[in-house]
Design a binder for this molecule. Structure first.
Ligand code: AQP
Length: 337
């Protein structure tokens, strides 16, 4: 029997960070033998906010290198660049026609990135229609390949619920007798699903956050990791314990990260440090992180751009015929062919 399919991706919209890795990429590596993995560098999503073209091209290759450096096996996993398979945008258009604008306007990511308020006013001048339509492209990515599972961080679950809604809606309208779009399952790991910012611990860690001090980047040098962790926002109580309290958000985030990378429960780590200061905890966490990132960084430095471009080329040849078949089926169902 052929393997079930998982699909996921990361935007080359900045420097990949611990949240992208722990919330997403690490989970792909863990299940790559069980599933047929399709891992995309979603460069078309990245351009929903302004990008510098040459930087985007460079970052796209860098993201794929980080997939490989994190342990994805190119012999088993299909790693590709979203813009290489034009059927993603073709399917997006079909899905566009069955999406309600109200469904898009209520998306948290759109509201956060556009700054648009309930009254339609925005302070930002660069908000494009692409940002609003972002979740439709995401639905197209997933539905194009009959995906069974989508492993993502918690922030993406709202978009995935829309993917499921659109698939059901399409099947109800155009494919009543034999469903043409598979309803995917969402997979959000219990740990690592939402790593918080080091400088604003009530917000998620993000590539596009202005301050680089807010995130540990996967390619940060040891001294940079140390500096960022030592500067991480905590609280003035200076007492180490694991709690849901809002004012302990910074400490809780550090304990959560410590926990994921050492495999020890955060409550237990808190007990180990209960008689020590935040500085001691931070120093040890920084050293753990430096060691944790070392093998990824070493492998990254050994992968050439050519290697990645060859992989993109091979994946493109594998995926396009498959995607074309899907589009033909869908076009027929909609009366377009
Ligand atoms: N802080 C996070 N904790 C856990 N998982 C996270 N992810 C992102 N941030 C965290 C997961 O990483 C995958 C790739 O994310 P993306 O590149 O598609 O875009 P995003 O979710 O919008 O991530 P960023 O880093 O905040 O990027 P920008 O700033 O460009 O928007 C997804 O599975 C996501 O859930």
């Amino acid at each position: 029997m052929s393997k079930k399919i998982f699909f996921s991706g990361v935007q080359p919209s900045g420097n990949l960070h611990l949240g992208n890795y722990l919330g997403s990429i690490k989970n792909w590596v863990d299940i790559q033998d069980e599933y047929q993995a399709i891992c995309c560098v979603v460069n078309l999503h990245a351009i929903t906010v302004p990008q510098d073209p040459s930087e985007l091209k460079k970052k796209t290759i860098e993201v794929a290198k980080l997939y490989l450096a994190s342990g994805l096996d190119p012999e088993k996993v299909i790693i590709f660049r979203q813009s290489d398979v034009p059927q993603h945008t073709e399917l997006m258009w079909l899905l566009n026609t069955i999406t309600k604008t109200g469904e898009l306007f209520k998306m948290t990511q759109f509201k956060d990135k556009s700054g648009i308020q309930e009254n339609g006013v925005t302070e930002k001048i660069s908000v494009g229609a692409g940002l609003l339509n972002y979740p439709i492209l995401m639905a197209a990515d997933i539905l194009l390949y009959d995906t069974d599972l989508v492993p993502v961080g918690e922030d993406q679950t709202q978009h995935l619920e829309l993917t499921k809604t659109l698939a059901r809606r399409f099947n109800n309208r155009f494919a009543k007798e034999r469903a043409l779009l598979k309803i995917p399952e969402i997979f959000v790991s219990k740990i690592g699903k939402k790593i918080m910012s080091l400088t604003e611990p009530n917000k998620k860690m993000s590539k596009s956050a202005e301050s680089p001090n807010s995130r540990i980047e996967l390619l940060d040098k040891p001294e940079v990791v140390r500096k960022k962790i030592m500067r991480a926002v905590t609280d003035s109580e200076n007492k180490i314990y694991y709690s849901d309290k809002k004012e302990k958000a910074g400490l809780r985030n550090l304990l959560n990260i410590f926990s994921i990378i050492t495999g020890k429960a955060p409550e237990e780590i808190a007990v180990d440090y209960q008689d020590k200061g935040y500085g001691d905890l931070k120093k040890d966490l920084a050293e753990e992180l430096v060691e944790y990132l070392k093998p990824i960084q070493k492998k990254f430095s050994e992968i050439s751009d050519e290697e990645v471009l060859d992989i993109f080329e091979k994946s493109k040849r594998t995926l396009i015929p498959r995607a074309e078949r899907k589009i033909t089926e869908l076009n027929r169902a909609m009366g377009l062919e």
